[in-house]
Design a protein around this ligand. Structure first.
Ligand code: FMN
Ligand SMILES: CCCCCCC(=O)C(=O)O
Length: 380
């Protein structure tokens, strides 16, 4: 008798002959071997003494799933709906800048992997490939655009307009990086995208951004990028202005305080991303998963809430959904997948997340993302 795997089975992967790491710790270790010290340091590290970076993953362990069984979880619907679009999985790819420091095909490889697996990709303002180049290789697939509000406002408005014209479905304004965090590892390594990666002139190709940069000087280029996005005056007035400038949904990335979540809603924001930027900005801040419950309570379902920072496994996704997130953003793991094997590496990281999320939902007793809200979570 032949046995066939049922479609979408909760595959164990025990029979695999693959050498691509399943363990995220091994993924990071292998990426370290493959990447330059400069680029790996930039990707892995956090702000200050990395207290928040450590807390982001450690905090997940304080939340325990109290599963319920005998629920018939033979069909798990992992799809979600956001802003009128249905997405097949409850995760998106977080914006990660200057991916040419990691792999020559950078955002093109990531966008192609995301498109193939129907995962929305959030493209960073400081991408190594321009908005239109990314749109071209992943035509028709869901993409959002992350905005750093340049102190040269025309650059920002122009990028938003171009993203809209290129078919991006939402604008994500990052609010926690109006100035750069205190990045000790990058300072120690004298980080520069020019020495970290591929192609001297190509770490950022967007013409609007490029025009503000001298491209041939390792040290000053970092300074110039940071000068461009340095904007300590950024305020709720800018959020209101952005809302006027685009018909796309606007999300704020970097909300941690429930009062800021309320202000976001009062200022017409369409969605909130609870995030501490992967522990890369202010060190010592609360972990995202610890910040989530109060934000969820304040928002009361008025707008969708997404979360990132520290999500490493399917069980983390389930915990975030159970605590009230509508979706999560995956960050460093896909960058490491990119470092190891380009587009195929990103696909591998994503398919592992998909299988793990599906089986974790089922084993917790939820047959849909909506049902995940009813999963009981105990906090240590
Ligand atoms: C190398 C790197 C570059 C990043 N670049 C950006 C960026 O350009 N814009 C942004 O909003 N967030 C950026 N982030 C933050 C991510 O979007 C996300 O918040 C963070 O990676 C989540 O933490 P995790 O990767 O530890 O899960 C970057 C993160 C990393 C690791
Ligand atoms: C050296 C320029 C860095 C631009 C900001 C990218 C980012 O958000 C990050 O966390 O790094």
């Amino acid at each position: 008798m032949t046995t066939t795997k049922p479609k979408d089975a909760f595959i164990t992967n025990l029979e695999t002959t693959e050498t691509f790491p399943f363990r995220v710790e091994e993924l990071e270790a292998k990426a370290k071997e493959k990447m330059s010290k400069n680029a790996f340091g930039y990707t892995r590290s956090g702000g200050g003494g990395e207290e928040t970076l450590r807390k982001n993953t450690a905090s997940f362990e304080k939340y325990s799933i109290l599963p319920q069984y005998l629920n018939d979880v033979s069909n798990v619907d992992t799809s979600i709906e956001l802003f009128g679009h249905t997405y097949r999985h409850p995760f998106l790819l977080a914006p990660i800048g200057m991916l040419k420091t990691t792999h020559e095909e950078a955002e093109l490889a990531v966008a192609k992997a995301a498109a193939k697996l129907d995962v929305p990709y959030i493209q960073s303002t400081v991408s190594s490939y321009a908005i239109e180049e990314v749109a071209e290789v992943s035509e028709g697939s869901p993409k959002w655009f992350q905005l750093y509000w340049s102190n040269n406002e025309n650059i920002s408005f122009n990028m938003v307009k171009r993203a809209e014209e290129a078919g991006y479905q939402a604008i994500v304004l990052t609010i926690d990086t109006t100035m750069f965090g205190w990045r000790e590892e990058d300072m120690t390594n004298r980080f520069s995208p020019l020495k970290a990666g591929y192609g001297k002139a190509n770490y950022i190709t967007d013409s609007a951004f490029l025009s503000t940069l001298k491209q041939d000087d390792e040290a000053s280029v970092v300074e110039e990028i940071l000068q461009n996005i340095y904007h300590p005056k950024l305020s709720w007035k800018h959020v209101a202005e952005l809302k006027k400038r685009t018909s796309l949904p606007v999300l704020l990335k970097g909300i941690l305080h429930p009062t800021d979540a309320r202000l976001a809603i009062e200022n017409g924001v369409d969605g909130i991303i609870v995030s501490n930027h992967g522990g890369r900005q202010l060190d010592g801040v609360i972990s995202s998963i610890d910040a989530l419950p109060a934000v969820v309570e304040e928002v009361g379902g008025e707008v969708p809430i997404l979360i990132d920072s520290g999500i490493r496994r399917g069980a983390d996704v389930v915990k975030a959904l159970a605590l009230g997130a509508d979706a999560v953003l995956l960050g460093r793991p896909y960058a490491y997948g990119l470092a190891l094997a380009g587009q195929a590496g990103v696909e591998k990281v994503l398919t592992n997340f998909m299988q793990q999320t599906r089986s974790s939902l089922a084993l917790a007793g939820a047959s849909s993302v909506k049902a995940a809200r009813n999963i009981h979570i105990l906090k240590d």
